[in-house]
Design a protein around this ligand. Structure first.
Ligand code: NAD
Length: 261
């Protein structure tokens, strides 16, 4: 329970990796604020289970990560209702797969807003709260695509490279404030985000569903296995430990060796 008394705000935590972060942090006593979209009953069930696991508050805020005003209000609400904002995890993300010439402009705008700009707005709103306590952890889910590209993912690759740049810069700005800022870059993790991109990848590369899974998703990782949500969450939990305070401005891969190639 090393996170007792701390509050974590996690964008995009109604499913996938974000929900795994919430579970890992709550198991160590953190109050968590869930965010994202989805079935209201499922969100409430997750919220209640997190509260039971942590023995601390668990909140849900429906802030839309395309809306800076809603992001700032969510951070302020977490501070008001729990007493602090100590950990921020920028995790909300969407994907669209298409060649650049056929890439809808509104999809570019949405990916840049949700996957890139929201991280900047979250950090900007949370850092003043962290500074009042002299302690903070900023973690951003980047991707192997923050280091290497894949065809037909121009917006996603741009956004993921971008969050690494924001993270490095902010790590320098808060270096003497007891706050660290790091990215975690997973390889392919079997979540709705990955499952939903299979039809577009089939179309853009002329492959079957099985070929996409075997020859695109699993082949990216030398281990030939999907990364699991728990493996990603375990690294986030470690970054919250005091032993990790010298790790800042880093982009840490959890990708089965993908980007070592
Ligand atoms: P997911 O689809 O399970 O989760 C995405 C979350 O973002 C959901 O909670 C969703 O409701 C939320 N979200 C989407 N649009 C939002 C908006 N406008 N406002 C607020 N919340 C919004 O997918 P995931 O794979 O768990 O993705 C989480 C993060 O991990 C993303 O940033 C993604 O790019 C990154 N990532 C995923 C993989 C992978 O293989 N799954 C690999 C590397 C990085």
């Amino acid at each position: 329970m090393f996170l007792k008394g701390k509050t974590a705000v996690i964008s995009g935590s109604t499913s996938g990796i974000g929900l795994a972060y919430a579970k890992a942090l709550a198991a160590e006593g953190a109050a968590v604020m869930l965010n994202g979209f989805g079935d209201a009953d499922a969100i409430e069930a997750n919220r209640a289970a997190l509260e039971q696991a942590s023995g601390a508050a668990a909140l849900y805020d429906p802030a839309d990560m395309t809306r800076p005003d809603e992001i700032a209000a969510m951070i302020d609400r977490a501070a008001r209702e729990t007493g602090s904002v100590d950990i921020v995890i920028n995790n909300a993300g969407i994907q669209h797969v298409a060649p650049i010439t056929e890439f809808p402009v509104e999809k570019w705008d949405a990916i840049i807003a949700i996957n890139l700009s929201s991280a900047w707005h979250m950090m900007r709103a949370a850092i003043p709260h962290m500074r009042t306590k002299g302690w903070g952890r900023i973690i951003t889910t980047a991707s192997a695509h923050s280091l290497v590209a894949s065809p037909n993912k121009s917006a996603y690759v741009a956004a993921k490279h971008g969050v690494v740049g924001i993270t490095k810069t902010v790590a320098l700005e808060v270096a003497t404030d007891g706050i660290t800022a790091n990215c975690i870059s997973p390889g392919y993790v079997w979540t709705p985000l990955v499952e939903n991109q299979i039809p577009d990848t089939m179309k853009s590369r002329g492959l079957t569903r099985d070929q996409v899974i075997e020859d695109v998703l699993l082949k990216a990782q030398p281990t030939k296995e999907f990364v699991t949500i728990e493996q990603v969450a375990a690294l986030a939990l470690f970054l919250c430990r005091d032993e990790a305070k010298a790790i800042t401005g880093a982009n840490l891969s959890v990708d089965g060796g993908w980007t070592a190639q």
